[in-house]
Design a protein around this ligand. Structure first.
Ligand SMILES: Cc1cc2nc3c(=O)[nH]c(=O)nc-3n(C[C@H](O)[C@H](O)[C@H](O)COP(=O)(O)OP(=O)(O)OC[C@H]3O[C@@H](n4cnc5c(N)ncnc54)[C@H](O)[C@@H]3O)c2cc1C
Length: 437
C-alpha cells in the first residue's frame, strides 16, 4: 500500500493506550471468493453506516475492514458528536461558499447529529451519552467577536446559542484561562468505541456481511464489476464505496491519490478526579468544550470523573514521535489546568483525521469509475458527519439521492503528491503563530 506516514502509524501501537471499548473480535475474515451487490472498504462510522443503510434496504453488501470495525479514528476519537465536518468556521464557510451553500452545510451538520441520536436509540446502543451541546472558549479577548458571529450564524439556522462571559463560565463550573465562550446547544458526547461496536452489530443484524482483518490490497475495475483482493480472499461487486478516510492509501483506488491528507490527533485521559480536585481547578461541568485556537484543544469531563484532553499535531509517526506528542499534550493540559499538575495521566493514544485541499467533506462518485463512490475528509469532525456521509453515499449510490453541492464537488489534488505531508510543516507553524499573536 502507498501510505503517507511510517508503517508504525498503521499498526496497533498508536491506539494501544486507548481508553475506549476495544474493537470487536467476533467478525470473520474474508477467505476464498465472495460476491455482493455492494463492496465497502473501511469499517469506521462511514463504512458501517453505509452498510447499515444498504442492508436495511435489503441490498447485499460486504464490508472489508483491514483490522476490526472501529479500529481507525471511529474507535479512538474524542466522542464529540457535534456540528462540523469542513475545515472552515461557519462565518468563513459563508464567505467561501455563499450564504445558500453554507446554510445547506449547517443544516446537514445538524441533521448528522440527529442521525447519530436516532441510531443510538433505534439500535439500543448504550454509548454513555452526556453533555447538552458544546462550549467554544475564547482563548484571548478578541476571539469573543468571532464567537459572536458564529452564534448569530448558527442562530439564523435555528441552532440555539448563548454567549457566556468569563463570570458566567466560572459560575457554570468552566473556570480556566478563558475570556468567555459560546454555548452551542447542538450535539452531545458519547463513548466512541461503544458507538462503533453498536453500529457494527446493528449493520450485521440488518444483514451486512462484515469482514475483519481483510485489508484490500488491490482493486480492479472491468466492465461493470469491481474485484477487490485481500490476502486470503477475493470479493466481486457491482458497486463500490470507499470509506477509508485518514487510513487511505494512494493506490486504493489510484483515483483518490493525493486527494486527502491525514493528520494525527492525540488524546490523554487522566485518572478519575475527586470533587475537591474539580473544584480546585474550577472545572466541574461535563459539557464538551474546545478553545478558539486554530490548533485547538478539545476536552471534557467523562462520566466517571476522568478528564479527556486532546490536540491535533505530530507530523511524523513512530515510537519517538508518539512519546514527544504525549509529552506535548500533557504540557498543554497542565498549562491550561495548573491545579491538576499532580494528576496522573493514565491513557494516551493517537489516530488519523483526514483533510481535503478545498477544506470540504466529500461524498461523491469516484471520477472515471462508474459505480464507485467515496465518502471522506471530515476534518476531524466525523462522529456525526461520517455517520451521515456513510448513509448518504449509500443512498446516492443506490438511487441517486442528492448530497449538498459543496460536498459533491470533484475532489481536488493536493500539490506535491506523496510528499504532500510536508505541507503540514509550514501550515501548522503558521497556525501556531496566528494562535499566539
Ligand atoms: C484522536 C482523534 C480524536 C477525534 N475526535 C473527534 C471528535 O471528538 N469528534 C468528531 O466528530 N470527530 C473526531 N475525530 C474524527 C473522527 O473520529 C473521524 O472523522 C471519523 O471517525 C472518520 O470515520 P471514517 O469511517 O470516515 O474513518 P475511520 O474511522 O478512520 O475508518 C477508516 C477505516 O478504513 C480501514 N481501511 C483503510 N484502508 C483499508 C483497506 N485498504 N482495506 C480495508 N480497510 C481499510 C481502516 O482500518 C479504518 O478502520 C477524531 C479523530 C481522532 C483520530
Amino acid at each position: 500500500m502507498r501510505r503517507l506516514y511510517a508503517p508504525h502509524a498503521y499498526t496497533d501501537a498508536p491506539r494501544a493506550g486507548c481508553f475506549w471499548a476495544p474493537p470487536p473480535d467476533d467478525f470473520p475474515t474474508l477467505e476464498g471468493e465472495a460476491e455482493a451487490e455492494f463492496a465497502i472498504i473501511g469499517g469506521g462510522y462511514a463504512g458501517l453506516s453505509a452498510a447499515l443503510e444498504l442492508a436495511g434496504r435489503g441490498v447485499s453488501v460486504t464490508l472489508l475492514e483491514a483490522h476490526a470495525p472501529g479500529w481507525g479514528a471511529s474507535g479512538r476519537n474524542g466522542g464529540f458528536c457535534c456540528l462540523g465536518g469542513s475545515g472552515f468556521g461557519h462565518g468563513e464557510l459563508a464567505r467561501a461558499l455563499g450564504k445558500t451553500a453554507a446554510g445547506e452545510m449547517i443544516r446537514t451538520e445538524r441533521a448528522a447529529i440527529d442521525l447519530v441520536a436516532e441510531l443510538l436509540e433505534t439500535h439500543a446502543i448504550d454509548a454513555d451519552r452526556h453533555s447538552n451541546g458544546e462550549v467554544v472558549l475564547a482563548h484571548r479577548p478578541r476571539a469573543m467577536a468571532g464567537l459572536g458571529e458564529e452564534g448569530e450564524i448558527l442562530a439564523a439556522h435555528g441552532i440555539e446559542t448563548r454567549l457566556l462571559s468569563k463570570a458566567a463560565l466560572t459560575e457554570r463550573g468552566m473556570g480556566g484561562p478563558f475570556h468567555g465562550g459560546l454555548h452551542v446547544r447542538a450535539g452531545f458526547a458519547l463513548e466512541p468505541g461503544k458507538y462503533a461496536r453498536g453500529l457494527a452489530r446493528a449493520a450485521r443484524l440488518a444483514g451486512a456481511d462484515i469482514r475483519a482483518h481483510s485489508p484490500v490490497t488491490r482493486i480492479t475495475h472491468k466492465g461493470e464489476r469491481f474485484t477487490l483482493a485481500t490476502p486470503r480472499g477475493i470479493l466481486t461487486a457491482r458497486k463500490l464505496i470507499v470509506a477509508t478516510n485518514g487510513y487511505s492509501s494512494d493506490d486504493i483506488p489510484p483515483a483518490l491519490a493525493s486527494r486527502y491528507l491525514p493528520l494525527q490527533s492525540n488524546i490523554i485521559v487522566t485518572r478519575p478526579l475527586g470533587t475537591a480536585e474539580r473544584e480546585a481547578a474550577g472545572w466541574s461541568n461535563d459539557t464538551m468544550a474546545y478553545d478558539s485556537r486554530i490548533l485547538l484543544h478539545y476536552f471534557r469531563l467523562l462520566p466517571d470523573g476522568r478528564f479527556l484532553f486532546g490536540r491535533r499535531g505530530a507530523l511524523t509517526a513512530g515510537p519517538r514521535a508518539q512519546a514527544r506528542m504525549r509529552h506535548t499534550v500533557i504540557r498543554h493540559f497542565r498549562r491550561m489546568f495548573p491545579a491538576w499538575k499532580h494528576v496522573e495521566v493514565e491513557h494516551f493514544w493517537s489516530g488519523f483525521v483526514s483533510l481535503a485541499y478545498d477544506r470540504l467533506p466529500h461524498i461523491a462518485p469516484i471520477e472515471g469509475w462508474e459505480g464507485a463512490f467515496a465518502a471522506m475528509n471530515w476534518h476531524g469532525n466525523g462522529v456525526a458527519m461520517a455517520t451521515w456521509g456513510g448513509r448518504q453515499v449509500a443512498r446516492a449510490a443506490l438511487d441517486g439521492a442528492p448530497v449538498p453541492a459543496a460536498m459533491a464537488r470533484p475532489l481536488p489534488r493536493f500539490p506535491l503528491g506523496r510528499a504532500r505531508r510536508t505541507l503540514l510543516y509550514p501550515a501548522l507553524a503558521w497556525y501556531a503563530l496566528r494562535d499566539r499573536f
